[in-house]
Design a protein around this ligand. Structure first.
Ligand code: G3H
Ligand code: 13P
Ligand code: ZN
Length: 310
């Protein structure tokens, strides 16, 4: 059956690699990810956001992941991504997930800690692990200058108290990544605050850290999308060498969603453009699924280093 992330993270920490946490919301994405992980004997985390749950329905997602587990004999965890409140976390804990994130990062420290502690208490009773978050990820939509957003980064002085007070099993931090396909302004040099990560690691030795907003925004897929009618000017992600560095550190979970969306969209657009007569969904979804599989295989081997670790 599905496993928690406990053993995955312990091995990843000791082995100097990271587990990919990929967002899923339909069958083709689940298949593309798990076929790649299965072929490479890599553990994998499939994660579901509130929006994905609203789109695909909780039961469909759980059953799709259970099917993927029957088809691929690898350690797999089913995780709630950015759980917004206790009720959503509880629904996932009660409904077959093995891991949940409670994202209290928009609240002040005390409220975040209290909400997180409440979820941990319930989750641990049921054998489910919990990811918390300290610090705020910069969002392009927030229109904040990344350089001026020092206040958004995780404060290393707070992490120990947060983990002790809440009992979380892993911690998401903010060191300069952001969600979406537009992580840096054109001309701006991509940068992550590895110094903050190091400070956090000193205060939380042997504790698994999570990196959100970690898509690389492959320019190959951006180009295919643009050449086939898509609009994606100035899409920029996190350079792969930075992610490799993170994977070797205390970062045990690397979250990837935007790259999957780009891969899927590139495949679908290519078929649509090259074959205007295509109207069988299998034709274009097959191309999207193949791209997802290729992308995830690339991540596992060249970025995460989780191949042959199952
Ligand atoms: O962190 C956000 C993930 O990419 C999920 O996005 O809320 O649009 O499903 P979503
Ligand atoms: P990206 O938008 O960089 O793929 O980040 C995904 C994420 O953090 C999901 O929680
Ligand atoms: Zn995220």
């Amino acid at each position: 059956g599905l496993v928690t992330t406990k053993e995955m993270f312990q091995k990843a920490y000791e082995g100097g690699y990271a587990i990919g946490a990929f967002n899923v919301n339909n069958m083709e994405i689940v298949q593309g990810i798990t076929e790649a992980a299965g072929a490479l004997c890599s553990p994998v985390i499939l994660q579901v956001s509130k929006g994905a749950r609203a789109y695909a329905n909780h039961t469909y997602l759980v059953k799709l992941v259970e099917a993927a587990l029957i088809e691929n004999d690898i350690p797999m965890a089913l995780h709630l991504d950015h759980g917004p409140d206790f009720a959503t976390c509880k629904a996932c804990i009660d409904g077959g997930f093995t891991s949940v994130m409670i994202d209290g990062s928009q609240y002040d420290f005390d409220k975040n800690a209290e909400l997180t502690r409440q979820v941990v208490e319930y989750a641990h009773e049921k054998g489910v692990v919990v990811e918390g978050e300290l610090g705020k990820l910069a969002g392009v939509e927030d229109d904040v200058k990344v350089e001026a957003s020092d206040a958004m980064y995780t404060h290393p002085d707070q992490v120990q108290e947060f983990v002790e007070r809440t009992g979380v099993d892993s911690l998401a931090i903010a060191i300069g990544t952001s969600h979406g396909a537009f992580k840096f302004k054109p001309g701006q040099k991509p940068q992550l605050r590895f110094d903050i990560l190091e400070e956090i690691t000193k205060r939380l030795p042997d504790f698994p850290i999570v990196l959100h907003g970690a898509s690389s925004v492959s320019q190959e897929y951006v180009k295919i999308i643009q050449q086939n009618g898509g609009e994606l000017a100035d899409a920029i992600g996190i350079p792969e060498d930075m992610l490799r560095r993170a994977a070797k550190s205390a970062v045990c979970k690397i979250n990837i969603d935007s790259d999957l969306r780009l891969a899927m969209t590139a495949g679908v657009r290519q078929v649509m453009a090259q074959k205007p007569s295509a109207f069988d969904p299998r034709e274009y979804l097959k191309a999207g699924r193949a791209n997802v599989k290729e992308l995830v295989a690339h991540k596992i081997v060249n970025v995460l280093g989780s191949d042959q670790k199952a």
